[in-house]
Write a protein that binds this ligand. Structure first.
Ligand code: ZN
Length: 404
């Protein structure tokens, strides 16, 4: 008997289920490892079961299609995970892509679509994200020299890993892409808390990351009077709260966020006034003016606080990516498709990065979000329902169908 769409999605989910499974729940499927290879092998088998052709490129990405076409709509996401991650991040989008192939086949529509499974979207193995999609679009900031020296979690160099697999850090650019679509779990809780079934992404936020090193004076905590201290941790704490305030202000104006996720305290001893501290700051937003303001205000606050407290301050920018806008026409098309299906939908920014970031500067690109339980992601507790994946896949199909 023919499987229903929901049953088909369940079969896909089960096909990937055990790869990299952890005893305590969740999965670890790091990019460019044997476990990720196994995910791609299973992807290929599932596509071939639909009568599809499977190809790979020189970055190791896999593609599946029913009939060759010079120009095609690419529907993709990734099959790797973070360390102790969930089973939906990336995989949900690849499942939704395979469902589009199955529907195209069943409907006998000659839709030129290709499904992509990208390599190493997470930075968990080599400290660099969207590698598979970034390499074939030429959108990685790091050149081949720098990339080849990246070290994986097991100590191997990316250059050696690529050489042993016959892959290239300078693969040919992908061609023939008419547009790029991606379904992904939201990784936040806006859809769930607002009871909305799908999101259509407006912009993918650009992260700016800073490291602030604070130098005070480590002294005896009993013998140093309060008025004579240069306590680096107290200054760091004031900065943490200032960054929160800046984030709250920009959240209200532009949906930006600001987080101090890292704090080091030196020497971290009960009887010593902290002599040094280090903060890691992550600023994200979809508007450049807001990112600029958050960056300037954060540095201004840090300088003022350190001056007042006689603390030395060293500022270093760790990384910066610009926000990426999704194609307005595709956003409208996806919203209209959801409306025709009676699926509730909202236009929303993405705080997390995705493979779509690599395609958006080159091709019209769109993203559909589906809710995940309590917004939890990059965690074994990550969960989404097959019904939600089906909602998102329905919206993609309704949109694609109109192109035939
Ligand atoms: Zn992802």
């Amino acid at each position: 008997m023919e499987l229903s769409d929901r049953e088909y999605l369940e079969r896909l989910f089960e096909a990937f289920y055990e790869v990299g499974a952890l005893p305590g729940g969740g999965v670890t499927r790091l990019g460019y490892t044997a476990l990720e290879d196994e995910m791609h092998r299973r992807f290929g088998a599932l596509a071939e079961a639909l009568g599809g052709t499977v190809e790979t490129d020189l970055a190791g990405n896999s593609y599946a299609f029913l009939a060759p076409a010079e120009e095609y709509v690419l529907i993709g996401s990734h099959l790797d995970s973070v360390i102790q991650g969930g089973r939906y991040d990336g995989v949900a989008g690849v499942m939704a892509g395979l469902l589009q192939l199955r529907r195209a086949k069943e409907a006998g529509l000659k839709l030129p679509i290709k499904v992509a499974a990208f390599r190493c979207e997470e930075s968990s193995n080599f400290g660099c994200c969207t590698m598979g999609s970034g390499l074939v679009t030429g959108q990685l900031k790091e050149g081949p020299e720098k990339l080849s020296k990246l070290t994986g979690k097991d100590g191997s160099l990316l250059g050696d890993v690529f050489a042993s697999r016959g892959l290239s850090l300078t693969p040919p650019r992908i061609t023939g892409v008419k547009s790029y679509l991606e379904l992904h779990i939201e990784q936040g809780k806006v859809l769930e808390e607002t009871g909305t079934r799908v999101g259509v992404v407006s912009t993918i936020a650009g992260p700016r990351r800073w490291k602030l090193q604070l130098k005070g004076l480590a002294e005896h905590s009993g013998a140093t009077p309060m008025s004579m201290r240069q306590d680096a941790l107290c200054a760091a704490c004031e900065i943490v709260l200032a960054v929160e305030k800046i984030g709250q202000r920009e959240a209200a104006r532009c949906e930006s966020v600001a987080t101090v996720g890292v704090i080091q305290n030196v020497p971290n001893a009960l009887n010593v006034v902290p002599g040094a501290a280090e903060l890691g700051i992550d600023l994200r937003g979809s508007r450049m003016d807001s990112l600029d303001r958050m960056e300037q205000d954060t540095l201004k606050a840090a300088r003022e606080i350190c001056d007042r407290r006689r603390i030395g301050l060293t500022e270093s920018k760790l990384s910066e990516l610009d926000p990426v806008s999704m194609d307005p026409g595709i956003q409208e098309g996806l919203m209209a498709a959801a409306e025709r299906l009676g699926i509730s939908c909202r236009n929303m920014p993405s705080g997390a990065g995705h493979d779509a970031m690599a395609f958006a500067p080159l091709f019209p690109t769109g993203m559909v979000f589906i809710p995940c339980k309590k917004g939890i992601s990059h965690n074994p507790l990550e969960s989404a329902t097959l019904e939600s994946i089906l909602d998102g896949a329905d919206v993609l199909w309704e949109y694609l169908r109109g192109m035939d």
